[in-house]
Design a protein around this ligand. Structure first.
Ligand code: PXP
Length: 251
């Protein structure tokens, strides 16, 4: 199976909010997140990712409902593990919900959600989401104990945090790549769909392809950055092209 591309359009909302957060009913409000989702689809995106934060600093509830209604692609909602956000997700009914940390105390030393520490509350959250027909992903570090806890929780997927891999270079990056390889194999062996995301870029994607068993990459920052110069659709087309070289996909 070829590697899927989930396009994260949060930064489009970030840019819009930079100008219009205090004036959402202005005559002109841009850039449009809906247009971004349409362009991502036209460029070959397999799914659209949005992160509705507790403080609504980027994506707004109305954005999520509009994209859900208008875009005929699987929607992946990133959300914090709080009752309010879970209720929002159950109402929106995205195809996938990816639980991510939003506060310092929720994250592991490296930045993924600490599912070991929050096991009990995640159990409740995951069952609520799944009861609403939403598949659950957990954004975690490639740490065996986090992966094992994710499988025990019954989530359908994990998204391995590639931030440390993307940020580092040399020996540290190699070491991080090893952890991702081992982590992806372990997760796949436990029956989890394995996705990856954060900081993925044309300059590091080929190294990442040494990690086997990946199903989907979630990419945002590079695509929005590249879009400034070539347009969003073209940025997605270019990324898709690079992703064709991946040979280690899950069966
Ligand atoms: N996956 C998750 C869980 C994220 O929160 C983000 C956005 O930070 C991404 C993937 C995409 O990361 P980037 O914008 O660096 O491509």
């Amino acid at each position: 199976m070829s590697l899927l591309l989930g396009v994260n359009i949060d930064h489009v909302a970030t840019l819009r909010q930079a100008r219009y957060a205090l004036n959402p009913d202005a005559q002109i409000v841009e850039p449009s997140v809906l247009e971004a989702a349409r362009e991502a689809k036209a460029g070959g995106a397999d799914s659209i990712t949005i992160h509705v934060r507790e403080d609504r600093r980027h994506m707004q509830d109305a954005d999520a409902y509009l994209i859900r209604k208008e875009i005929d692609l699987p929607l992946n909602l990133e959300l914090a593990n709080t009752p309010e956000m879970v209720a929002f997700a159950c109402d929106l009914k995205p195809d996938f919900a990816c639980l991510v940390p939003e506060s310092r105390e929720e994250i592991t030393t490296e930045g993924g959600l600490d599912v070991v520490r929050h096991f009990d509350s995640l159990q409740i959250t995951i069952s609520k989401l799944q009861a609403s027909g939403i598949k659950v992903s957990l954004f975690i570090d490639p740490e065996p104990k986090q992966i094992e806890a994710s499988a025990k929780l019954g989530s359908e997927m994990v998204e391995l945090h590639t931030g440390s891999f993307a940020l580092n270079e040399g020996a540290e990056q190699k070491n991080e790549l090893e952890r991702l390889k081992v982590g992806a194999d372990l997760a796949a062996g436990l029956g989890l769909q394995v996705n990856a995301g954060h900081g993925i870029h044309p300059q590091n994607i080929n190294d990442l392809f040494h990690v086997k068993n990946l199903t989907e990459l979630n990419i945002g920052h590079n695509l929005v950055s590249r879009a400034i110069f070539v347009g969003f659709r073209q940025a997605v087309i270019e990324m898709r092209k690079l992703m064709k070289d991946y040979e280690g996909g899950a069966a």
